[in-house]
Design a protein around this ligand. Structure first.
Ligand code: ACO
Length: 392
């Protein structure tokens, strides 16, 4: 039986900034919701259910902040569900909205959220609390030290250098310079990145994503609803998830369950969404990718997990320009997570940006002729992964 499709009919995203002193947390959610509503030709009463995208709420400084979100999204008397899979929260939320519709429970679902990472004090101190208090927290682990270990391992296995990592930053900053919503928009050279201060070897300041504040929202609807009203839409044709062990110590060494260099669980999530979408040769069938990569080194294993390069070959291909706008398969044409990271909605923005690309609405960072794209999200201690194929 042919599965009914789920379409994306509205997208709203803030201009992401280091701080949004002008807007409270629910104001930021509302800002994105209003933008998504504007694009969708719908009224609030048309929305059946809300999926609320909220990762660890210590970032926004309000415990169980989804309670505040109910009014911000107009959810009174509606179905309401909070999702949290760390950095993957945004793509998990779009997936939960998809499942509401695919199950037949709802016709029109909104997913929305916001984050104020730039206003949380010190994200690394907050994020350290996600690790086991006895075995891993005291190392000390933060997202940067965790993914620095991944960088060391990837460099050891495949020969990546710090200059190669810098080349990812140069590409993404160029892309972000074309995206008015991106947080870090200044273009850089490899030398600029190399000269920036060391944070956790080999990751330097410019190899890091920033701490961003802003909101995101998307509206999804059933194929029947869209066709009956002759609405404009792009389509989610594949989605996949996979999770990994909590203990990162179990992902290293000679007897590993999964090597921290390679993001095997992410690869499985891509395989699942490609199978559903009928993608058999991603390098030929995917025109654009928005891959969740918060630190420069992680873009390489994300590209390889997405099947856009053989394992260990993405460094060379990136340097040849294959993933830059104008190249064969542009990766993160929005500037990606490396230039903007409001954690609760970052993975939603990956999906939204791919949707805008295949819709032909991405503005100055549009990939010419893009009709099929893929998005991903990573969260927890590199533990939860989600992927999605979007088609025009
Ligand atoms: C699943 C996931 O998403 S994992 C990722 C989750 N997110 C994170 O882990 C956030 C990672 N980033 C950070 O923690 C911080 O940005 C850090 C540690 C890299 C830097 O923070 P700090 O040392 O406190 O820098 P601080 O905020 O004081 O800023 C100092 C300067 O560096 C700049 N800066 C801060 N972060 C970055 C960055 N990532 N890249 C480039 N410049 C930056 C600031 O704009 C500021 O510039 P200015 O002096 O010209 O105004």
């Amino acid at each position: 039986m042919k599965q009914p499709r789920v379409g994306i009919i509205g997208i709203g995203q803030s201009a992401f900034k280091p701080k949004r002193d002008d807007a409270s947390y629910p104001d930021l959610v509302r800002e994105a919701v209003a933008l998504a509503m504007q694009g969708s030709q719908l009224e609030f009463d048309d929305i059946d259910a809300i999926v609320y995208s909220l990762s660890p709420d210590a970032m926004v400084g309000i415990g169980n902040a989804e309670r505040l979100g109910v009014d911000a999204v107009g959810a009174r008397n509606k179905r309401f569900l909070r999702i949290n899979t760390g950095g993957a929260t945004g793509i998990s939320s779009v997936a939960a909205a998809y499942y509401h519709i695919a199950s037949g429970a709802s016709d029109v679902v909104m997913t929305a959220g916001a984050d104020k990472v730039g206003e949380c004090g010190d994200s690394q101190t907050v994020l350290n609390k996600i690790w086991d208090p006895i075995y891993e927290r005291p190392l000390p682990l933060g997202t940067i030290t965790m993914l620095a270990m991944s960088a060391v391992r990837y460099a050891e296995k495949y020969g990546m250098t710090q200059e190669d990592m810098a080349a990812v930053v140069v590409k993404n900053r160029y892309h972000a310079s074309l995206n008015p919503n991106a947080h870090l928009r200044k273009t850089l050279t490899v030398e600029d990145v190399m000269a920036s201060r060391m944070i956790s070897w080999p990751i330097k300041l410019m190899d890091c994503c920033p701490q961003s504040s802003g909101g995101g929202a998307m509206i999804l609807a059933s194929e029947k609803y869209i066709k009956d009203r002759n609405l404009d839409a792009v389509w989610i044709t594949g989605l996949g998830h996979c999770s990994e062990s909590y203990y990162i110590g179990d992902r290293m060494g000679n007897d590993f369950t999964a090597d921290h260099a390679d993001a095997f669980a992410l690869r499985r999530a891509f395989d699942r969404s490609y199978k559903m979408a009928g993608i058999t040769d991603p390098q030929k069938q995917i025109h654009v990718a928005e891959l969740y990569a918060p630190f420069s080194n992680t873009e390489f294993h994300s590209i390889e997990s997405a099947g856009l390069a053989e394992v260990g070959t993405s460094v060379a291909q990136l340097k040849e320009g294959r993933y830059t706008l104008g190249g064969d398969i542009p990766v993160n044409p929005s500037g990606g997570t490396l230039c903007t990271n409001a954690i609760a909605v970052t993975a939603m923005i990956r999906v939204a940006e791919v949707a805008l690309q295949v819709w032909g609405k991405a503005g100055a960072h549009q990939v010419k002729g893009a009709k099929v794209g893929v998005a991903s999200g990573n969260g927890g201690d590199h533990q939860f992964f989600g992927t999605m194929v979007i088609e025009a």
